[in-house]
Design a protein around this ligand. Structure first.
Ligand SMILES: [Mg+2]
Length: 269
């Protein structure tokens, strides 16, 4: 699902290629490492983050891919790890939640923070603002706080002004995603998460692929350029640091499933 206002502002940001080729078929090979965003990449974006519909087959697809890739797969999401597991069930795959604020390699329950926790006062300030502006949904996370304005587009300008002031006062990063404005602790971004995964033994020497749809995924796309990998933008074309593109969530599922089928055939399963 695309927000026309987001597309417009992004389209105004400058030139670049008018489109990107699709990625080559995914190969289950020793040099393949796969990093996947969640909302807008593996599941369709919903009006409310709790209303996302997770396809029945998705947890199995993720687990099978992680197994086939021998652990060289990680979910990298803006959601907290707890929120992701509430939707997908417990998964023994590597996960970075809260834009990398929470970092959990596979095979452990221990979450290593890549950032300091967000001060409570930031959530309090934004909650006051959201109540006074149509009761926008405020979603506190361990290392960030998101304000969802999908139902209150008229309040966006005031929200951005408020968020910019808070970001300046508290030394936070401001991220403007699809229908969401988020204040994030420094060090907590998807590029930092990807870098931390790639420093681990299981990802050493791999060519990473990262699939993501949103402006917050650009941090990861940019990091990939120095790692010999490729970013795959999911959704309509826009200015991006990705080098490949898949048109929508369904195309992502097809691309992933095709790799599993090919792998199963070659294994003789
Ligand atoms: Mg996303």
């Amino acid at each position: 699902m695309t927000d026309p206002s987001d597309s417009l502002s992004l389209a105004e940001q400058g030139s670049g290629p008018t489109d990107l080729p699709p990625p080559a078929p995914l190969r289950i090979a020793p040099q393949t490492a796969l990093f996947l965003d969640f909302d807008g990449t593996l599941v369709e974006i919903a009006d409310h983050p709790d209303d996302v519909i997770v396809p029945d087959t998705l947890p199995e697809v993720i687990a099978s891919l992680a197994q086939a890739l021998e652990g060289r797969l990680a979910l990298v999401s803006g959601r907290s790890i707890a929120a992701l597991e509430a939707m997908l069930g417990p998964l023994d795959v590597a996960i970075a939640g809260s834009h990398g604020g929470e970092f959990r390699p596979a095979g452990t329950d221990t979450v290593a923070p890549l950032a300091e926790p967000l001060p409570d006062r930031v959530v309090a300030h934004l909650s006051d603002f959201a109540s006074a502006n149509g009761n926008m949904l405020v979603e506190p996370k361990p290392y960030s706080v998101a304000v969802h304005y999908r139902r209150h587009p008229e309040a966006l300008k005031a929200l951005l002004t408020k968020a910019e002031a808070l970001a300046h006062e508290e030394n936070l990063k401001l991220k403007h995603g699809k229908q969401v404005v988020e204040l994030v602790m420094p060090g907590s971004d998807k590029g930092a998460a990807l870098t931390a995964f790639m420093e681990r033994a299981e990802f050493a020497g791999t060519q990473p692929l990262f699939l993501g749809d949103d402006v917050t995924d650009e941090d990861a796309f940019r990091v990939l350029e120095g790692l010999g990998g490729h970013g795959v933008l999911v959704g309509p074309m826009r200015p991006t640091a990705a080098h490949r593109r898949l048109p929508d969530v369904a195309a992502v599922h097809d691309w992933l499933s095709a790799a599993l089928r090919t792998h199963d055939q070659s294994e003789g399963n």
